[in-house]
Ligand binder design. Structure first.
Ligand SMILES: [Zn+2]
Length: 109
């Protein structure tokens, strides 16, 4: 297990997520006098989706933080449910993965 590779990957992923969240404006301007009702609803819906994407990224940032803590504690790469080693291929896709594939499948059912 190349811990340094994953540490770098997690820090990079976390940074990208933060940059993406920083790019999104805080609010949406709703000019009711100029914008029709339907397009105003579009704007609000778009804003909701933006907020949802931002919320998901915030969750991912937190997962990356937790993965970094696991690296510091030498717990990284071990399943939190059964203690088995998590496949490297799985960690390459999601370095913040907390469970091995069998446990993740069980949890999702
Ligand atoms: Zn497991």
């Amino acid at each position: 297990m190349d811990i340094e590779f994953f540490r770098t990957l997690i820090i990079k992923t976390r940074k990208n997520l933060q940059l993406q969240n920083a790019e999104i404006p805080e609010g949406v301007e709703l000019d009711q006098s100029r914008v029709g009702r339907l397009s105003r609803m579009d704007a609000m819906q778009g804003h909701e989706m933006t907020l949802e994407a931002r919320r998901r990224r915030a969750v991912d940032i937190k997962r990356m933080d937790e993965a970094l803590i696991r690296i510091e504690n030498d717990d990284f790469g071990y399943c939190e449910a059964c203690g088995e080693i998590i496949a490297v291929g799985r960690l390459e896709i999601d370095p913040a993965a907390q469970y091995c594939v069998p446990c993740a499948n069980t949890n999702e059912q």
